[in-house]
Design a binder for this molecule. Structure first.
Ligand code: SAH
Ligand code: DHB
Ligand code: MG
Length: 233
């Protein structure tokens, strides 16, 4: 078992503790990988926001896709494609992943990363606002997706969830990132449209008979946050 080289962690829950535990888990469970580590290293040196999923979360997405035997994956929110690569690596050779990104700089960096990962043939990046791309995805891909990862502008989470349902079948898994936001999700009066969007998503999940949903809180170097997971019935 690899052990953490740092000194004793503080006992109070804190970003410092969560970061140390994340490091421990990454060392223990996520093997070094030239492609993924290269994507993160380039990301860290760039002006891109540091908001990709962590390595342990990326592997969680990857394992979930493998557990499900996902062949068709949809991602909303690409950034540099770190989560995209983890997910696409779970696909069988004939599998496909479509990812949606509206910032041209992010799309260009992501496309380079997909090339370097040897995944350019399996990943299709659609550039543009996701709400404009989704009708095109629906028209071009009548077959439903197996797994849908929503990780873009959180104010649109209710719209993305409705689209995800349209693009689903019984057994599709819809995963939504960043549904806790350091507990801000508790504030019904939040002026933050991202919080309001995610609160509206929970309202939809609560009332939607076509899904069974839960959420998994996460505390790590990115703070106190988490995933919502919905199974389409
Ligand atoms: N899934 C990535 C992180 C995505 S960050 C990972 O974990 O590695 C969110 C991304 O969504 C950003 O790149 C942002 O530009 C993009 N985005 C935000 N609003 C969008 C919109 N309306 N349409 C498409 N992409 C959007
Ligand atoms: C933010 C967005 C994310 O997708 C994430 O994982 C963390 C932070 C953000 O917009 O702050
Ligand atoms: Mg996210």
């Amino acid at each position: 078992m690899p052990h953490d080289s740092s000194s004793s962690p503080p006992l109070e829950p804190s970003l410092e503790l969560w970061t140390a535990v994340e490091k421990f888990l990454t060392n223990a469970l996520v093997a070094p990988d030239p492609v993924l580590d290269g994507v993160l290293a380039a990301h860290a040196k760039s002006d891109l926001p540091p908001i990709a999923v962590t390595p342990a979360q990326g592997k969680f997405l990857h394992l979930l896709a493998r557990i499900m035997g996902a062949k068709q994956i949809l991602e909303i929110g690409t950034l540099a494609g770190y989560s995209t690569i983890w997910l696409a690596r779970a696909l069988p050779p004939e599998g496909k992943l479509i990812t949606l990104e509206f910032k041209a700089e992010h799309a260009a960096i992501a496309r380079g990363n997909f090339q370097r990962a040897g995944l350019a043939k399996q990943i299709e990046l659609l550039e543009g606002p996701a709400l404009e791309s989704l009708p095109k995805v629906a028209a071009a891909h009548p077959a439903p997706f197996d797994l849908i990862f929503i990780d873009a502008d959180k104010n649109n989470n209710p719209r993305y969830f409705e689209w995800a349902l349209k693009l689903s079948r019984t057994g599709t898994v819809i995963l939504v990132d960043n549904v806790i936001r350091d507990g801000e999700i508790l504030d019904p009066d939040s002026k933050d449209p991202d919080i309001q969007g995610t609160r509206a998503l929970f309202e939809l999940l609560h009332n939607e008979p076509r899904v069974s949903a839960t959420a998994v809180p996460v505390a790590d170097s990115k703070g106190y946050d988490g995933f919502a997971l919905a199974l389409v019935l």
